[in-house]
Design a protein around this ligand. Structure first.
Ligand SMILES: C[S@@+](CC[C@H](N)C(=O)[O-])C[C@H]1O[C@@H](n2cnc3c(N)ncnc32)[C@H](O)[C@@H]1O
Length: 215
């Protein structure tokens, strides 16, 4: 009896992620749209930071002082202030998003007294398909739960490739409850197809980072 109950619990625990992934992917395939701005409150919440600690994501991505970083799909700025502090005054962060309403949330966040010391962030309202940078201008492109949300990932990654310096990094981080969550192997395949080389894979099934290098 106990064994049967344990088996049923294990089956339910295993079945939930598979069911969620299948259903969510189906719905997102039928109706592709960027994450609505009203979820900004959840994205930039204490719970989210507990699930996906910014310091850990930054360390896994390899963000260092002095870097010029493009945060592509920055949303409400969950990670932006942390990235800005990690690159320091000698570095620069371009926070780019396709939705003006997400950038407004980030603007409000940056205006808060505790963030007024941050002077190295520039907000850009643009699409991943048209990155407004010169060729080979950036040290890193940083994307957290964004890449699988972009319908034409190849096109976006060609742009990323163009704007990165040779030897520059593309850091892609994904989180499991995200309805667009891709398997690690999918992220690696998409990056490799765009000409990137895997530099490091870190994290676990639920929260992972793949850091690619531009050869
Ligand atoms: C799930 S949210 C993640 C936001 C933030 N990176 C985070 O982890 O909290 C995805 C973000 O990517 C943006 N996005 C989606 N497609 C985009 C595109 N083609 N170009 C630029 N940004 C895009 C959305 O507007 C949204 O703010």
């Amino acid at each position: 009896m106990i064994l049967r109950t344990v088996l049923i619990i294990i089956l339910v625990v295993l079945a939930f992620p598979i069911l969620w992934l299948t259903l969510a992917k189906l719905v997102r395939k039928l109706y592709p749209f960027p994450a609505p701005a009203f979820i900004g409150r959840f994205l930039d919440s204490g719970y989210r930071r507990w699930l996906q600690p910014p310091a850990q994501v930054i360390q896994r991505s390899g963000i260092k002082e002095g870097m010029t970083v493009l945060e592509l799909g920055c949303g409400p700025g969950t990670f932006t202030t942390f990235v800005a502090r990690a690159v320091g005054p000698s570095g620069k962060v371009y926070a780019l998003d396709i939705q003006g309403d997400m950038l407004k949330q980030l603007e409000r966040k940056l205006a808060k007294p505790e963030n007024r010391d941050i002077k190295n962030v520039e907000l850009i309202n643009s699409s991943a398909y048209e990155l407004p940078f010169e060729d080979k201008a950036l040290d890193m492109v940083f994307m957290v739960t964004v890449l699988p949300e972009i319908p034409d990932q190849d096109r976006a990654l060609q742009q990323v490739n163009r704007v990165l310096k040779p030897g520059g990094f593309l850091a892609v981080t994904e989180l499991f409850p995200d309805p667009d969550y891709p398997w690690k192997s999918t992220t690696i395949r998409v990056g490799a197809k765009a000409g990137f080389v895997v530099d490091e894979v870190s994290g676990n099934f639920f929260n992972y980072t793949v850091r690619f290098r531009k050869p």
